[in-house]
Write a protein that binds this ligand. Structure first.
Ligand SMILES: O=C(NO)[C@]12CC[C@H](CC1)C2
Ligand SMILES: [Zn+2]
Length: 308
């Protein structure tokens, strides 16, 4: 692969310039990264505004190794931020890709039409373009990319069932690792959310109620476990564990918090874990790694949101 490795340059969704790891073959360059310490690759595709049946789509290529076009922006960021999230998990925990088995990290941008969403679909990530009002290209936010790739980590570790409390934990762990990767604020999705409205976000971990999420167990929303009910409100009730995470990180610092969240996710949590189980898993992880003072801080962080 060495002979094929190249470094290209591209423009991201927000108009920022960045280097991208590319692959040279047949007189063209691909958004295809073979540089990471894993057996797999990071490959980014253009789904050509198709749906799930046309995945992954087409390789993103450029004959000059310069990815400056409007259509290439979403791919540049999906590719670059996927590499950033790989690095986060590898450098901090020695995890080789989302499954710790070196699987390819595949992303498809331009999924669907004006699709205001992004997802991990079991074997790859997909990113919509947004409708230009609610969202712009969703891969333009590194916290969203980290959020989606963390769904893949969760699916290969705790396998938290995507409904009710375990589903809200699934969502929260994705937001928490999104914070760890993009820790400049406590907001989620702000870089691509309502491009015409400055300063707002999809969610806030420090103040969940600002965007309609509960921040305490007293306000847990018992929504129906249906698609319309967002599977028991997984994107609503995640505000409670998100607030506990905000409390925890402020109490013990980001570095220790990274250690306990990763240990809880990979060692203690199970598919049906509840909020109380998560509190116990994080307290135990804190005890294991850093001792009782840290463990007590974590317990208090969860007590403050009404979870014991
Ligand atoms: O939380 C989510 N998915 O589970 C997202 C985050 C950005 C897109 C909109 C909502 C996907
Ligand atoms: Zn999610």
């Amino acid at each position: 692969n060495k002979v094929h490795e190249a470094t290209g340059t591209g423009t991201g969704v927000l108009g920022d310039q960045k280097s991208v790891n590319t692959y040279y073959a047949n007189n063209t360059y691909y958004l295809y990264d073979v540089t990471k310490p894993m057996s797999g690759v990071i490959a980014t595709y253009d789904n050509n505004n198709g749906g799930q049946y046309s995945l992954p789509g087409y390789y993103v290529t450029d004959s000059g190794n310069t990815f400056y076009s409007e259509r290439q922006k979403a791919a540049v960021d999906a590719h670059y931020y996927a590499g950033e999230v790989f690095d986060f998990y590898y450098d901090n925990f020695g995890r080789e890709s989302y499954d710790d088995n070196g699987s390819d990290i595949v992303s498809s941008v331009h999924f669907g039409n004006n699709y205001n969403n992004a997802a991990w679909v079991g074997n790859q990530m997909i990113y919509g373009d947004g409708d230009g009002s609610t969202f712009t290209y969703l891969s333009g936010a590194d916290d969203i990319v980290a959020h989606e790739l963390t769904h893949a980590v969760t699916d290969t570790t705790a396998e938290l069932v995507y409904e009710n409390q375990s589903g809200a934990l699934n969502e929260s762990f994705s937001d928490v690792f999104g914070y760890f990767v993009d820790n400049e604020d406590w907001l989620m999705g702000e870089d691509v959310y309502t491009p015409g409205v400055p300063g707002d976000a999809l969610r806030s971990m420090s103040n969940p109620t600002q965007y309609g999420q509960p921040a305490h167990m007293d306000n847990y929303q018992n929504l129906p476990n249906t698609e319309q009910g967002d599977w028991g409100g997984v994107h609503t009730n995640s505000g409670i564990p998100n607030k506990a995470a905000y409390n925890t990180i402020n109490a013990i610092g980001q570095s220790k918090a990274e250690g306990i969240y990763y240990r809880a996710l990979t060692v203690y949590l199970t598919p049906s874990s509840t909020f109380s189980d998560a509190r116990q898993a994080l307290v135990q992880s804190a005890q294991d790694l850093y001792g009782s003072t840290t463990a007590n801080s974590v317990a208090s962080a969860w007590n403050s949101v009404g979870v014991y």
